[in-house]
Design a protein around this ligand. Structure first.
Ligand code: ZN
Length: 143
């Protein structure tokens, strides 16, 4: 492994062991989406609270592999406080990066860049994207 791969692995393991923004809330201002990935057993729920075009809060909970659970934590921390427009840009760039599509490299992926190595493991791409897809789903529900 080169230095970047070591660093990326550390980011992933840190978020897996100490997940940020974990735990759901009972609040009708939050939109909630639940997604399962049967091939791996990942089971993730994501909540977002959008206010005045800003991602005011992101929560997540669930069970799954280290890639899935850590990426939910990274997603929540990366998108928290961003405008909805920026959150969508980051989400699109991240998903496209993972799936080897063209993406806007000007978009700052922050710690989510740690998942670049997942591209080499097609079976794990869904694990790394499920929480982001769930977040996307929470936006669809709010007009
Ligand atoms: Zn998984």
């Amino acid at each position: 492994m080169n230095n970047m791969e070591v660093l990326y692995r550390q980011v992933i393991m840190d978020h897996y062991k100490n997940p940020r923004n974990k735990g759901l809330v009972q609040d009708e201002l939050y939109k909630t989406i639940h997604i399962k990935n049967p091939t791996c057993g990942d089971d993730i729920t994501v909540q977002s609270k959008i206010s005045n075009g800003v991602v005011e809060d992101v929560r997540h909970d669930g069970t799954g592999c280290s890639i899935c659970c850590s990426s939910a934590s990274v997603m929540s921390e990366t998108l928290l406080g961003k405008s909805v427009d920026d959150a969508i840009k980051i989400k699109d760039a991240y998903i496209n990066m993972l799936t080897n599509k063209e993406y806007d490299e000007e978009v700052e992926l922050e710690e989510a860049v740690a998942y670049t190595g997942v591209r080499k493991f097609p079976a794990r791409i869904k694990c790394a994207s499920i929480a982001w897809k769930a977040f996307e789903g929470t936006l669809d529900e709010s007009e």
